[in-house]
Design a binder for this molecule. Structure first.
Ligand code: HEC
Ligand code: HEC
Length: 427
């Protein structure tokens, strides 16, 4: 990725280009430096703004210990390694806040016995309680010098954006709505058990149901960071939206701005969360028709285990994580924005003959989801197949050198040939 700076005069006087590296996400100004984040690695880099030279100071959030409830009933303490830095924002005190994911580091058993299944004991990817899934949302607080102060887990699925108000309210955009058809674990206080059994009260399932914005106090956060990493629920509240929330911000007078898709609109809300202004967003080719797409919705929703397909395949790509599934060995997430049509069988070993088989194994078997109709599976499949592969600019000399190697000395093209770059063999 390249960063260019230009003098602010209308005639271009001077331009500087520095090649940094791939996977860049956010840019934050520091004193005499720029702080950059890398998406999949959840890493911060710094460059000096006078020389544009990289400063040798990479920082990643620390691993976070977490408890995992496995379907067998075992409770295993393992680590969440930092990945997928969705958004990093500046704080008033010079520090910054990063909302990123943590991915389970250790071995994940994929077998679920029939007895465990009958007990509804969750699924291999999680789903038995708050913050026990194999991908979780983490908020990491950095100080003004770029050092990590601490991290907390937040009970949110697919938290894609964060904003902090002057008053110290942290707004987190939760894009991963829960599947309404999916049975969920519930939390019942001991003295309520009898009343729940008798059907007198309906217990609240874990976590906020839909997409929307979680509101926390920044002070709660620092208290949490000094404690033993609890699982945060929205203390201040949850602002529900009628479409998938994609971005949040605060106005200078501390009103919350929420961007959502399908229906696409911006809303401005007062401090109680009530909408004061609503601005529909239209697009020349769609007009005011809805952007709703079943495939997109299925890919981004919390399937049941507290994870979405997009948790591991963010933005249709991959999280850069190497998973360790018992009996399979290491498996790095595959990108799915690669032109996937006509490339079955799927998975590294080619053990998924078609898309339906993959969904039975992953969506239902591992993620604890419910079976989907043929039409809905078709929508998800078509949506994935329509994702364009990322392209390098054709005039990029590095891409040209790569092509020469790929087709020549490195002999990649003996297997990766044709329009799909595959000869469809399993090797
Ligand atoms: C916990 C992380 C995780 C989740 C959640 C997840 N995937 Fe994957 N995905 C992976 C990994 C890891 C692989 C490679 C697996 C292997 O080779 O055994 C993969 C591979 C794939 C492939 C094969 C790509 C190819 O080129 O062969 C597709 C398609 C896919 N995933 C779609 C999905 C869909 C759809 C969902 C949601 C129902 C989903 N994934 C959920 C991690 C995940
Ligand atoms: C002997 C055959 C063979 C050769 C030679 C080969 N590959 Fe592959 N490559 C494969 C197979 C099989 C896969 C797994 C595809 C899958 O499961 O989706 C793969 C996967 C990949 C992927 C991941 C694609 C994805 O969907 O995530 C990349 C990138 C890749 N190869 C690059 C290369 C490069 C670069 C070379 C040359 C240095 C090369 N390959 C040489 C067989 C080969």
């Amino acid at each position: 990725m390249e960063l260019s700076s230009r003098a602010s005069s209308p005639q271009l006087i001077e331009a500087t280009s520095v090649r940094i590296e791939s996977d860049l996400r956010d840019i934050l100004p520091l004193d005499g430096e720029l702080l950059l984040t890398r998406f999949k690695r959840a890493e911060t880099l710094r460059i000096a703004t006078d020389t544009w030279a990289p400063v040798d100071a990479r920082v990643r959030p620390a691993r976070v210990p977490s408890k995992f409830n496995e379907p067998s009933g075992a409770v295993v303490v393992d680590y969440l390694v930092p990945e997928v830095a969705w958004r990093t924002v500046a704080l008033a005190d010079g520090g910054h806040l990063m909302v990123h994911q943590g991915a389970r580091q250790g071995e994940i058993p994929l077998e679920v016995s029939d007895a465990d299944r009958r007990r509804h004991a969750g699924s291999p990817y999680g789903g038995q309680g708050k913050c026990d899934s194999v991908v979780q949302t983490v908020l990491t607080h950095f100080d003004g010098a770029g050092k990590v102060l601490g991290s907390v887990l937040v009970d949110a699925v697919l938290a894609v954006d964060v904003a902090v108000s002057q008053e110290g309210i942290v707004a987190i955009a939760q894009a991963g709505a829960r599947d309404p058809a999916q049975p969920r674990p519930v939390l019942v206080p001991k003295d309520e058990v009898e009343r729940v059994r008798a059907g007198l009260v309906d217990p609240e399932p874990f976590g906020p149901a839909g997409t929307g914005v979680l509101l926390l106090n920044i002070d709660d956060l620092s208290n949490g960071m000094s404690a033993s990493v609890p699982c945060f629920r929205p203390r201040r509240g949850f602002v529900a939206t009628d479409g998938q929330v994609t971005a949040v911000a605060f106005t200078p007078d501390d009103r919350l701005v929420v961007q959502q898709r399908a229906p696409a609109k911006l809303t401005l809300r007062d401090s109680t969360g009530e909408t004061t202004v609503e601005l529909p967003l239209t697009n020349a080719s769609y007009g005011d028709r809805s952007y709703y797409d079943t495939g997109h919705e299925l890919f981004h929703r919390d399937v049941g285990a507290g994870v979405a397909c997009a948790s591991c395949h963010p933005e249709g790509g991959d999280d850069g994580h190497t998973w360790r599934f018992s009996g399979f060995g290491p498996r790095r997430t595959q990108a799915v924005n690669v032109g996937l049509a006509n490339t079955a069988p799927f998975h590294w070993a080619g053990d998924m003959p078609d898309f339906k088989a993959l969904l039975d194994e992953v969506m239902v078997g591992r993620m604890g989801g419910v079976h989907q109709s043929t039409e809905r599976i078709g929508s998800l499949e078509q949506w994935l197949y329509s994702l364009p592969a990322p392209v390098r600019t054709p005039d990029d000399p590095a891409a040209a050198r790569g092509r020469t190697l790929f087709e020549g000395a490195a002999d990649c093209a003996s297997c990766h040939s044709g329009p799909q770059l595959t000869n469809s063999e399993t090797v």
